[in-house]
Write a protein that binds this ligand. Structure first.
Ligand code: AMP
Length: 587
């Protein structure tokens, strides 16, 4: 196919931003494109040579392009630079320079799309010391045979400055009209694109096999599936309103990884479908044996962990791995766990249409949990209390919040929708004061904390009723030494039944005599449907709870439980924080 056809289409498209016109130009172009090169035409339209996830970068520097223009036109570099300054676009400058030249020379031969594409591809692959000279040679040879307009677009492609403003949706509209006669079939193309992330390939299928071919389009190993995304919600009640009973999973603060595993070969894609395999040699090494499958696509959150405590570390820690050199060292310095939350493909079959519950069941069978790989913690939640309780656990484990997922819904590749919701707890304001709270219960630890208590249930003191009202669970801020010490101190305080002075709706693995006081800080105090501190004071049916509580390292052995922070103090902190007044008479 003559390159002039494509250059003409580029030229027309550059002059409009109207979607309908753009679509019309694309339809014309696609109808005139031989099927065997439609894939490459679609990549070129997006200013690329291959689908995004293959990471083929043209990356030609302006300086080098100027040298090539000079070589092919015999024009001094200074003059080209001058022209570039005047027009602000090197492609345009080249076309003006070549315009002057073509008036005196003959074009040697027509250039084809195939030749331009192949040359650009060769340039992209060149490496090493002599690559600069070779690039100049390739570019100038193309420019020698190009018309000024063709040269303009060749340079724009080379420099990555071709900005036609055509969204993927517009390309799909045009493909649908050109090859099925109707824009309505766009959604089938969209599905094919969502499961392959490769618009060029989708174009080829519809051009060659028609819409029937697109309908049969399947997931391909090592072609990333575009990830399903979640809507944001602000409260537990919003989740229940939108979903009713659903699955709640920890929302971990790491990097989303889509792991493709086939016969021992592993490729990892990021959320933006970039190939990030090189940053995770540990996943590549361990996954083939950590998974009960040989042919599968799984999604996980890779999270940095503290090897000693097993605690999740924030996302920033993981980013230390993003470096050119010394990855092996970074892998040792910043160990991770891989927390799987979905399975998209298994043993040659797509699971995208399968309900969440069944996918989760399958996932739990596939993942052989150990220190490195696990399934993201999940529970089924039925009401606000369930959500709040799990949210607290998640935050205590260093997570950002929860992901809520509808049990009976498929995986919607590439879509943000209401089948997945995210509920985050942001740090808002620090309380500005620490609280001394009574340890009333505890939960056994997992992982490195096995055999000790991992999380504690704490209470404030209610002077009026002389009770200890639950106010939060805390699991952060404890070193291994503290956990050992607390285990020792608390073992003498374990009770068979909950002490009647304890006021808590929560279930706990063990209950204690309300005696030991520890100090915590928190980011804020919020209303809570489950905690009992200052119940009904601010709002009916609500108590107050601490968000993001953290142990400060102080075990207040000198304090009696009755000297712990009182509900009046908690209310005062809450009202100071919210700057509200309330009926003091109720206190
Ligand atoms: P956001 O980036 O805030 O839109 O939240 C979505 C991201 O949360 C996903 O892209 C994942 O990287 C991450 N994430 C953490 N835990 C989960 C989970 N259990 N399920 C799905 N995504 C998760």
């Amino acid at each position: 196919m003559e390159f002039s056809l494509l250059a003409n289409a580029f030229n027309k498209m550059e002059s409009t931003r109207k979607r309908l016109e753009l679509t019309q130009y694309l339809v014309e172009l696609f109808k005139n494109t031989p099927h065997d090169i439609i894939t490459n035409i679609v990549y070129l339209l997006q200013g690329k040579l291959r689908p995004e996830f293959e990471g083929v970068e043209l990356g030609v520097a302006e300086k080098l392009a100027i040298k090539a223009i000079s070589k092919s036109s015999g024009t001094p570099i200074k003059k080209i630079e001058q022209e570039y300054r005047n027009s602000g676009d090197l492609g345009h400058a080249a076309s003006i320079i070549l315009e002057q030249k073509t008036q005196t020379t003959f074009l040697a031969q027509d250039i084809t799309v195939e030749r331009v594409y192949e040359t650009l591809f060769k340039i992209a692959k060149l490496e090493g010391v002599r690559s600069q000279d070779m690039k100049i040679k390739y570019i100038s040879s193309l420019l020698n045979d190009a018309t000024p307009m063709e040269a303009r677009f060749i340079l724009k492609l080379l420099l990555g400055t071709l900005r036609l403003g055509i969204a993927e949706n517009t390309v799909m509209d045009a493909l649908s009209i050109a090859f099925s006669g109707d824009k309505k079939n766009r959604n089938m193309l969209e599905h094919a694109y969502n499961v392959s992330s490769d618009l060029g390939k989708v174009a080829h299928v519809i051009a060659v096999d028609g819409i029937g071919g697109v309908q049969k389009f399947q997931i391909n190993m090592f072609s990333p599936v575009r990830p399903m995304l979640a809507d944001r919600v602000k409260s537990e009640s919003e989740v229940i309103k939108k979903m009713g009973e659903s699955a709640a999973e920890y929302k971990l603060d790491g990097e989303r990884v889509q792991v493709h595993l086939k016969d021992g070969k592993v490729i990892i894609f990021s959320r933006s479908i970039e190939n990030i395999t090189k940053y995770y040699p540990d996943i590549v090494e361990k996954i083939p044996t950590a998974i009960n499958a040989t042919n599968t696509i799984l999604e996980a959150e890779a999270v940095a962990v503290n090897e000693d405590s097993g605690e999740f570390l924030p996302f920033q820690e993981l980013m230390h791995r993003r470096r050119k050199h010394g990855i092996e060292k970074a892998v040792m310095q910043y160990p991770i766990t891989v927390n799987f939350f979905d399975v998209l493909y298994h043993d040659g079959k797509s699971l995208l249409q399968v309900d969440y519950s069944q996918r989760r069941e399958k996932l739990e069978k596939i993942v052989k949990e150990d220190d490195f790989v696990r399934c993201v913690p999940m529970v089924i939640v039925k009401n606000e209390n369930d959500i709040e309780e799990f949210l607290e656990n998640s935050i205590n484990s260093g997570c950002e919040g929860l992901m809520l997922k509808m049990l009976d819904k498929p995986y919607q590749a590439g879509a943000r929708g209401s089948h997945w919701l995210k509920l985050k707890r942001e740090y808002r304001n620090e309380l500005g004061d620490s609280l001394d709270l009574v340890v009333i219960g505890a939960f056994f630890g997992r992982g490195r904390r096995t055999g000790r208590y991992g999380t504690f249930l704490l209470a404030s003191y209610d002077e009026d009723s002389d009770t200890f009202t639950s106010i939060c669970k805390v699991g952060t801020g404890f070193t291994d030494e503290y956990l050992d010490r607390l285990y020792q101190i608390l073992s003498s305080k374990v009770t068979i039944k909950k002490n009647p002075r304890i006021d808590s709706n929560m279930e706990s693995d063990v209950w204690f005599e309300p005696e030991l006081v520890i100090e915590v800080v928190a980011s804020e105090i919020t209303l809570s449907p489950i905690h009992r501190a200052a119940r009904d004071v601010i709002r009916n049916e609500s108590g107050l709870a601490l968000r993001f509580p953290k142990f400060t390292g102080k075990i207040r052995l000198e304090k009696m439980a009755e000297n712990a922070s009182t509900n009046q103090e908690v209310i005062a902190l809450y009202s100071g924080q919210k700057k509200i007044t309330f009926d003091a008479g109720k206190m």
